[in-house]
Design a protein around this ligand. Structure first.
Ligand SMILES: CC(C)(COP(=O)(O)OP(=O)(O)OC[C@H]1O[C@@H](n2cnc3c(N)ncnc32)[C@H](O)[C@@H]1OP(=O)(O)O)[C@@H](O)C(=O)NCCC(=O)NCCS
Length: 144
């Protein structure tokens, strides 16, 4: 099931972050702030337990929505879950008025790059050292 995450889902979101990201993880405080802020849509995929999550940020004054986080637990990968989370995230920000979505992805993250390219995102440029020294990111955009 794909549903909106609430503050009660904070431990689950943190668990997904901790398992899926080695670095650049959100702290519990960051996630709590995100869950309580109107500009963010936090989406959870779960069944009997957690499966994956997506966080997207959009406010009317922004030019584009920003995909902040997307993660699927290793045992559920390759089944289209990230694709479904992305479709849901796009639908939600589009309903709020967003006409573009942007994201950053590390240039060596092949699964994520393929996902975004198959999903209609285009590479707009490279941001040097975005994730730290020598760790560049692609800046990607999709017209919604
Ligand atoms: C990136 C991630 C979210 C993909 O999740 P997923 O549920 O396995 O993705 P999906 O099953 O929806 O796959 C969708 C597309 O992604 C691509 N993809 C997914 N896993 C891939 C892999 N291991 N290698 C190459 N391409 C892959 C494929 O293009 C696939 O489309 P296809 O089936 O039509 O070929 C997941 O690997 C993950 O959580 N990684 C760690 C966290 C992360 O890096 N998040 C992105 C940060 S920018």
């Amino acid at each position: 099931m794909i549903r909106t995450a609430g503050i009660e889902d904070l431990p689950i979101l943190q668990q997904i972050e901790n398992i899926c990201f080695q670095e650049e993880r959100y702290s519990a405080e960051d996630l709590a702030a995100i869950l309580e802020e109107d500009g963010f849509e936090t989406i959870l995929a779960d069944a009997d337990g957690p499966i994956g999550s997506a966080i997207v940020n959009y406010r009317q004054e922004l030019i584009a929505a920003q995909l902040v986080s997307l993660a699927v637990l290793p045992q559920y990968r390759g089944q289209g879950i990230a694709h479904a989370l992305l479709v849901e995230a796009e639908g939600r920000v589009r309903a709020r008025g967003a006409r573009k979505m942007v994201l950053q992805v590390e240039v060596i993250n092949v699964p994520a790059m393929n996902l975004y390219l198959h999903h209609g995102f285009n590479i707009e440029g490279v941001i040097g050292d975005y994730y730290g020294p020598g760790r560049d990111a692609f800046f990607m955009i999709k017209v919604l």
